[in-house]
Design a protein around this ligand. Structure first.
Ligand SMILES: O=C(O)COP(=O)(O)O
Ligand SMILES: [Mg+2]
Length: 219
């Protein structure tokens, strides 16, 4: 039985311009399972998005570096931002880097996609990783991921990982697919995510989310 759905925001619920697919919103509101937003975005963004979409207050933010359970509750910080800032200093010696939302990020660093990521990967220390969400690069503490955060939430909620469906579109969703019972990649997803997916939808973005919920018999 499916008890929860962990759904990515950008590129999954939203189109390329980051506007929401309203049909996906309507569909998620009908599902009789806990909907957990799982995103690279900061917690105040996820908290607001959850409220406006009309899903649970439980959210994985900053690619698993931050988790929250209640709209009015505290952020639980799982990642060490200082490791990520040290990595940024290394990148600054090679590239012009632009930090995004930095005043609000608590566990990681988000950068504009202005340099070659494969080359940058080779420069970074072992204790961090750099991930491409398709919208931005994120330098995260190696210890955190959306997958680990999902495991943390499942334990707190007393549900099994096999009872969770994960839906996403990019590299930052891979770890979540590895732990969830079912991983659904939307049609526009990164090929690396499609490789680890159990299901790849024929439709992109939010239309793919609706397709997946229908396929799973959840709406
Ligand atoms: O923050 C990003 O870069 C993308 O966020 P997402 O994980 O919701 O796709
Ligand atoms: Mg995404």
């Amino acid at each position: 039985m499916i008890k929860a759905i962990a759904v990515d925001i950008d590129g999954t619920l939203t189109y390329k311009d980051r506007s929401l697919n309203c049909k996906a919103v309507e569909a998620l509101r009908k599902v009789d399972a806990t909907i957990i937003l799982a995103t690279g975005n900061i917690s105040c963004f996820a908290r607001t998005a959850a409220k406006l979409i009309g899903v649970s207050d439980i959210a994985i933010c900053e690619n698993g570096g931050v988790v929250r359970f209640d709209y009015d509750g505290e952020d639980i910080i799982l990642g060490d931002k200082s490791k990520c800032l040290k990595a940024v200093e290394i990148l600054k010696k090679h590239y012009r880097v632009e930090l995004l939302d930095d005043d609000y990020r608590k566990s990681e660093v988000c950068l504009r996609r202005t340099f070659p990521i494969d080359e940058a990967k080779k420069l970074l220390p072992e204790d961090v990783r750099i991930i491409d969400s398709g919208f931005a690069y994120h330098i995260t503490d190696r210890e955190v991921s959306k997958g680990k955060a999902l495991k943390f939430i499942a334990e707190k909620l007393g549900i099994k990982l096999e009872e969770i469906v994960a839906i996403g579109d990019s590299e930052n969703d891979i770890d979540m697919f590895e732990v969830a019972g079912i991983g659904v990649a939307v049609a526009n997803a990164d090929v690396r995510l499609k490789r680890v997916a159990d299901v790849v939808t024929s439709k992109p973005n939010g239309d793919g989310v609706v397709e997946a919920l229908e396929f799973l018999g959840l709406i």
